[in-house]
Design a protein around this ligand. Sequence first.
Ligand code: NAD
Length: 554
Amino acid sequence: MNFSEFIKKYALHPHYQSPTGTGLHARSWQTEAPLRMLLNNLNAEVAENPCELIVYGGTGQAARNPEAVKEIIRQLLTLDEQHSLLIQSGKAVGVVRSHPEAPRVLIANSNLVPAWANWQHFELLKQRGLIMYGQMTAGSWIYIGTQGILQGTYETFAECGRKYFNGNTKHKLLVSGGLGGMGGAQPLAATMAGYTFLGVDVDAERIRKRLSTRYIDKLTYSYDEAKSIVLKAREDGNALSVGLVGNIGDILEKLLNDGIIPDVLTDQTSAHDPLNGYVPAGISPDEAIHLRKTDPDRYKTLSLSSMARHVKYMLEMKQRGSIVFDYGNNLREFARQGGESRAFEYDGFIPEFIRPLFCEGKGPFRWVALSGDPEDIFATDEAVVEAFPDNSHLKKWINEAQQKVTFQGLPARICWLGMGEREKAGIIFNDLVKKGKVKAPIVIGRDHLDCGSVASPNRETEAMADGSDAISDWPLLNLMANTAAGATWVSFHHGGGVGIGYSQHAGMVVVADGTDRAEQCLKRVLFNDPATGIFRHADAGYKKAIDNKAKFNL
Ligand code: NAD
C-alpha cells in the first residue's frame, strides 16, 4: 500500500483508525507501533473530538493539525532502525541518526521556558500554530480510552472507602462533576467500588458517550429525577450511577439547599484550563464555544469566579460532613485565583490515597494488542493473573474488567504494577509474542501520572515530605533513564493534568515484539521506570520507599 492509499484508508481527516492484523505497513514493529497508536488515539471510538485532533483532557491533542498527522505518518512508514524521529508539539521536525536499541520517536510537547509558562503565552503561540497542548497520554500516543483511568479511579474510591468507611461503601453516595475522557471513568469506578454515584456534566453528548460504552447506567436532564433515583439507590444500598446534565456549581447549590450531603465529593471537570476547558455557571456548551472566541477575557473571568463558587460549595459540603478531595484538575488553584482564599482547605487525591503506592514504584501500567484482536488481551490477562498468583486484588480487577470494560479502539488493559512486577510482566508478554500465543506485538506504556515521572505541586508531588514539590529534575531523569534504556518512544510534556505552568512530566512506551532485542530493552526500561519513582520518594524521606530501595537493591 503506498502513502496516499494508506492515508485514504486510515487517516482521512477526521476519520482516523489504526490498522489491525499481523501485516506491517512500516519497516518494523518498532515503527508500526507508534504509527498504530497515533491513529488509535485519534479514532472516534477513543478520542473525544477527532475533528480538532483532541483526545481527552480539555484540549489535549495527539498532533498539531491534520497536515502534521500526515507528515508524521509519512515519516513513520519509512523510518529505519538507524534513525529516530523528532516530534515538537505534535509536528515532525526532523530525523536524527541513532541505533537499533534507541527510541524510534522522541517527543516534546507544550514545553515553555518557566517565566513564560502560563496559559496566556501558550494561547498566543497556539494561535500562531507554533505549539499544541499534549496533555499526558494524548500527545504521547498512549491514550487507551476511559479504561486508562478506570483502575486508578477505582483504587482511589476504594481506598477512600477503606480509610473513611471501614471498607463499607454500601449506602454511600459519591458525587462528582465532569464525565469527559477521564472523568467518564468515575461512574463505573464508583459502582465497582460499591458506591451510589451522581455525576454532573454540562454536555449531554459526553454523558451519552459513557452510556454507549456502559460506563454509566442512566442519563437525565432532570435534577428532581436524578435526586430521587440516587437517594433511593443510596437507601437501598444499590451501586448505581446517574449522569445529570447540568453545571456542577448549580447542582451543588441545589443539593445544599435540599440538605443532601454526599458522603464523598470530588470533581473532574476540565478545570485545569479556565478558557478552553471549564464551563462557567449560566452558560451552555454552545454559548461557551462562542464566548471563548468573541470575548476570551470575559470568559476567563466568569470561569474563575464560577470555580470559586464551585469550591465554596465543596468546602461547605466538607463542613457538613462530606469527605472532599481534589481529583487532579487544579480546581483549587483556579478557584483561589477566582477569589476563594480557602480553596486549599481540602487535600488532593495523591497525598490522601496514592502516595504509599508510589513508594512501591506502583502506577498505571497499561498495554495494547496491536493485532486489534480482543483475544490477545484475554491471553495477556491470563498470563498476568498466572504470574502473580498471590495478588488476589489484581485477579479480582482483571475479572471485573473483562466483564465490564468495553474496549475503545485497539483492545487494551490497565493495572497498577510496581517495581519488579512490571519487568516480569513485560518479559512474559514478549514471550507470548515470540511463541505466537498472541497474534501481533504488545505495546507497553503508562500514564504520566506515575511514581517517578511527574513534578506537579498541586497533584502528584503535592505536600512532599521534604518540600521538594516543584523540583522538576525528577521527570527529566526519568526521561533520560528510559531513553538510555531503549524505550520505543519517549516524551516530555508540560502542563498535563493541571494546566500550563503547573506540571512537567515524562512518558515512555516500549514494544514487546518477541525479539531478543526487545527483551533486553524491556528489562532495562521496566526496571528503570519504577526505580526512578522509588529513588524520588526515598530521597524525599518516605520510609516505605527507603525500605523498597533496600529490598530491590537499588
Ligand atoms: P474532558 O475535557 O474530556 O472532560 C471534561 C468534562 O467536564 C467535559 O465533559 C465538560 O463538558 C465538563 N465540564 C466542564 N465544565 C463543567 C461544569 N462547570 N459543570 C459540569 N461539567 C463541566 O477532560 P477529562 O479527560 O475528563 O479530564 C478531566 C480533568 O481531569 C482535566 O482537568 C484533566 O486534566 C484532569 N485529569 C485528571 C486525571 C486524574 O488521574 N485524576 C488524569 C488526567 C487528567
